[in-house]
Design a binder for this molecule. Sequence first.
Ligand code: AMP
Ligand code: ZN
Length: 140
Amino acid sequence: MKRKPDCLFCKIIAGEIPSYKVYEDEKIYAFLDISQGTRGHTLIVPKAHADSIYDLEEAHAAALFALVPKLSNQLKRAFNPIGINLISNNEQPYQTVGHFHLHLLPRYEGDGLTLSMVNRQSDYDQQAYVEVLDTIKAAQ
Ligand code: AMP
Ligand code: ZN
């Protein structure tokens, strides 16, 4: 299994640092986020080290995302949240642990978290959308 020296999550996966394990298989490890931003806050990580989404192998991404509905439903049954956010911070400005991870963050009425999108649709006309699209396509 690919490891990075001094990586916190590699150490957790190897059992060198304790964690509250939610799930484990050959490729994936899931454990409680120590911060418990909300009750049941869980992290899913590939066992093979990847710094971020940019270097996550497709097969590891597939194994990880295949588990998301199952674990989300498990959290739903366990805690009856009103919803769940799937969040992954990659590089700046928010990634604090350099081993790719997906947060499963159950949401509750009045949980005090503010994670909201901004609607900038009024800044975009058709040409502006096409420009964005062309830029993405050119980067394939
Ligand atoms: P991010 O800030 O998106 O990179 O997420 C990193 C997450 O790792 C944070 O939510 C931390 O609370 C969590 N974390 C840091 N150390 C530990 C640990 N030893 N066990 C469980 N979660 C941790
Ligand atoms: Zn690692």
